[in-house]
Ligand binder design. Structure first.
Ligand SMILES: Nc1ncnc2c1ncn2[C@@H]1O[C@H](COP(=O)(O)OP(=O)(O)OP(=O)(O)O)[C@@H](O)[C@H]1O
Ligand SMILES: [Mg+2]
Length: 361
């Protein structure tokens, strides 16, 4: 069947056309995705059945049809597929065949996320540039400095002066290992199907071992999450870096929650995904200091004594390799870091399905 509204098929905004009884006469693909119902299911169905729990909104639409008027609501709280959603809604009266009302629904969370994500992409780019330049400038002379200090050491007339050349050697070694940490190792990712709860549990065990006593790590998991194709080591490292920061912010005494959820309609790096897995690390610590908040994903930005400021920059890189994104919200008493990982098929993630080993006739 060809669409009566071909132009609407390509829109990222959900568009539905309703008849006088508020039955759906048209739904574009974005509306199918938003409502989590296929077009076959939507067409001819009462919108109230497709959007249960939104009686006031449905009554408002009925009123608009009865009065032959439209409306425009900026922040409308709806329940969509069992979850609360903030949408921008425009309803316009139409008169075409059975069609009486055209409604356009745009998720606000999605807009906010797209804007934030664009900022993160810029940051990522700046991160990589900075790391490359710094590593280049610092790594090159290190070998020379270390070699020269060792040569000098051999020539020193008094053995007690070696203490100073030893300092040079030790400090160049420390810088070298810092540079090595900054340059994400170039090993090829090993993509396999992962259970994200196993990763979360591993992080929990490690943290409880690092902070025995005062740290309480709660779990709030959604058991229905799908397995994800990914690289176990780098995902583990990403979650661990984020969670370790939370434990450090709590000074080992306080409450942390590891949460997993499914997020709908997520746009990351200009790609729209129906679903993403969200891994959250929440703590009740003092929050990210205001002066750092805009920069914590940059390398070498740290608010902690003895911190190298690489943890989050590396975590963001690892998550980026999974086409995902880390974002955070912070206030004194509640800081939440969210790792969003889009749900991609094993094929999209470069994981070939296992062959059965049998030849197909
Ligand atoms: N949950 C949190 N609560 C408060 N501040 C945080 C939290 N997570 C991160 N931060 C702040 O962000 C800074 C940067 O974190 P990042 O992990 O990149 O570096 P680091 O922890 O200082 O050093 P590294 O992880 O390399 O040892 C931290 O120093 C801290 O000030
Ligand atoms: Mg850290």
């Amino acid at each position: 069947m060809t669409s009566p509204f071909p132009g609407l098929e390509l829109l990222a905004t959900a568009v539905l056309v309703l008849d006088d009884r508020l039955h759906v006469t048209y739904a574009n693909p974005a509306a199918e995705t938003l409502l989590s119902h296929g077009r076959k299911h939507l067409l001819g169905s009462a919108l109230g059945r497709m959007l249960p729990g939104n009686d006031r909104f449905i009554a408002r639409l009925a009123q608009a049809v009865a009065d032959d008027t439209g409306f425009n609501e900026n922040e409308l709280a709806l329940e969509i597929a069992g979850q609360p959603a903030m949408v921008h809604c425009v309803a316009v009266p139409v008169e075409e065949g059975d069609a009486r009302l055209l409604i356009e629904l745009r998720e606000l969370d999605q807009q906010i996320r797209i804007a934030r994500e664009a900022k993160f992409l810029e940051q990522q780019q700046a991160n990589r540039e900075l790391v490359r330049n710094l590593a280049h400038e610092i790594k090159n002379p290190l070998g020379g400095i270390r070699g020269a200090a060792q040569l000098l050491e051999r020539e020193l007339p008094e053995p007690e002066l070696r203490e100073f050349t030893q300092v040079i050697v030790k400090e160049t070694d420390r810088l070298q290992s810092l540079m090595n940490r900054m340059l994400t190792p170039h090993r090829l990712p090993r993509i396999e199907l992962l259970n994200v709860h196993e990763v979360m549990e591993r992080v929990r065990t490690l943290l409880l071992a690092e902070y025995p006593g005062g740290l309480c790590v709660r779990r709030d998991y959604d058991p229905s999450l799908p397995d994800l194709p990914g690289d176990r080591e780098s995902l583990l490292q990403a979650v661990l870096n984020v969670a370790r920061n939370a434990a450090q912010a709590l000074d080992g005494r306080g409450e942390m929650t590891l949460r997993t959820r499914i997020a709908r309609q997520v746009t990351i790096a200009k790609t729209r995904y129906r679903h993403a897995v969200s891994l959250e690390v929440e703590d009740n610590g003092p929050g990210v200091p205001d002066e750092l908040a805009g920069n914590i994903f940059f390398p070498l930005v740290s608010g902690r004594d003895g911190g190298t400021g690489l943890g989050l920059s590396l975590a963001q890189n690892y998550v980026h390799q999974h086409h995902g994104l880390i974002e955070f919200e912070t206030a004194p008493g509640r800081t939440c870091f969210t790792i969003l990982l889009p749900v991609r098929s094993p094929e999209q993630a470069g994981l070939a399905r296992h062959s059965t080993g049998k030849a197909t006739p």
